[in-house]
Design a protein around this ligand. Structure first.
Ligand code: NDP
Length: 280
C-alpha cells in the first residue's frame, strides 16, 4: 500500500518557515506585500481570492485586494497593474484568472512586471524556467516539486510521465523535472496509448481535469503518483485525475485529493512573494 504524501502537513511546515522569515524581514523594515486583483463575480475565483488573502494574513504578508466589476475595461485593468508595478509596498501581483471576455488575458499577464510576477506566468519568467534559470516559478508545479523533495523522491535518471500540457501546470512541471535530470514524457489529448506511457513511469504527474481518468491498473508497481487534478463529482465530493484506491495499491507513494497538491499552491504563492520582497 502506498505511502500518502500529505500536502497539508508539508504546506503547514513551509508556511511555518515563511511566517518566521516574514517576521525577520519585517523587523528589518520590509513587509512583503501581495496585490490580489479579482475582476467579476466568478464564485470559484472569489473563493480562491479569499483563501489567498487569509493565507497572507496568517503568515504576516500584507495583502492589498482590488475587487473590480465584471465590466471593467482592459485599459482600466492595465492602468491598475501599472500603478501596482510602481508601488514599493507591493512585491507580488496576482491577477485571478479567468478574466472576463472583453479583456485579453495574455496582454494583462505581460503587463505585470516580471519582477512582481508572483504567479510566474509572464513570458519572461516562463523563458527563464525553460533555460533552467528561474526567477518566479508557477505555484502549482512548484508545489509539486517541493512535495517530491519533501517525500524524498530523487528524480535524476527517472522516467517521469506528465499527463496534461497546460501552461500553468503540465508544461512547467515537465521543465522542472527535466531540470532535475529526469527523462520526461509530456502527454496530452492526442497521445497514443496513454496507458502504456503511464505504465513506464517511475513518477506520474496527472494534470488533466477529468475525474479518475488515469486508471490504477496502469500504474507501475512502486511508482510515485502526484495527482494535481481537482474534479467535483456530485454535490460535495472532490476526486483527482487518478483512480486513487486502485493506484494506491500499486504505487509506493501517492498524493490524495483533497489534501495533496491543493494546499501547496497557495503556499508557494506566499513563498514567491516573500522571495520577491527579499530580492528588493
Ligand atoms: P487544462 O484544461 O488547461 O489542461 C488539461 C490538459 O489535459 C490538456 O493539455 C489536455 O490536452 C489534457 N487532456 C485532456 N483530456 C485528456 C485525455 N483524455 N488524455 C490525455 N490528456 C488529456 O487544465 P489545467 O492544467 O489547468 O488543470 C488540470 C487539472 O489540475 C484540473 O483538474 C485543475 O482543476 C487542476 N488544478 C489544480 C490546481 C491545484 O492547486 N491543485 C491548480 C491548477 C489546476 P490538450 O492540450 O491536447 O487539450
Amino acid at each position: 500500500m502506498a505511502k500518502i504524501i500529505d500536502g497539508k502537513a508539508i504546506a503547514a511546515k513551509i508556511r511555518g518557515e515563511i511566517t518566521a522569515e516574514v517576521a525577520k524581514l519585517a523587523a528589518s523594515g520590509v513587509t512583503p506585500g501581495l496585490a490580489v486583483v479579482l475582476v467579476g463575480e466568478d464564485p470559484a475565483s472569489k473563493v480562491y481570492v479569499s483563501m489567498k488573502e487569509k493565507a497572507c494574513k496568517d503568515v504576516g504578508i500584507f495583502s492589498d485586494e482590488y475587487k473590480l466589476p465584471a465590466d471593467t475595461s482592459e485599459k482600466d485593468l492595465l492602468i491598475l497593474i501599472d500603478k501596482l508595478n510602481h508601488d514599493p509596498k507591493i512585491h507580488g501581483i496576482l491577477v485571478q484568472l479567468p478574466l472576463p471576455k472583453q479583456i485579453d488575458t495574455e496582454k494583462v499577464l505581460e503587463a505585470i512586471s516580471p519582477e512582481k510576477d508572483a504567479d510566474g506566468f509572464h513570458p519572461y519568467n516562463v523563458g527563464r524556467l525553460v533555460i533552467g534559470k528561474p526567477l518566479f516559478q508557477p505555484c502549482t508545479p512548484y508545489g509539486v516539486m517541493v512535495m517530491l523533495k519533501e517525500a524524498g523522491v530523487e528524480l535524476a535518471g527517472k522516467e517521469v510521465v506528465v499527463v496534461g500540457r497546460s501552461n500553468i501546470v503540465g508544461k512547467p512541471v515537465a521543465f522542472m523535472c527535466l531540470q532535475q535530470n529526469a527523462t520526461v514524457t509530456l502527454c496530452h489529448s492526442k497521445t497514443r496509448d496513454l496507458a502504456a506511457k503511464v505504465g513506464m513511469a517511475d513518477v506520474v504527474i496527472a494534470a488533466v481535469g477529468q475525474p479518475e481518468m488515469i486508471k490504477g491498473a496502469w500504474i507501475k508497481e512502486g511508482a510515485v503518483v502526484i495527482d494535481v487534478g481537482v474534479n467535483r463529482v456530485g454535490e460535495k465530493k472532490l476526486v483527482g485525475d487518478v483512480e486513487y484506491a486502485a493506484a494506491a495499491e500499486r504505487a509506493s507513494a501517492i498524493t490524495p485529493v483533497p489534501g495533496g497538491v491543493g494546499p501547496m499552491t497557495i503556499t508557494m504563492l506566499l513563498y514567491n512573494t516573500l522571495e520577491s520582497a527579499k530580492r528588493r
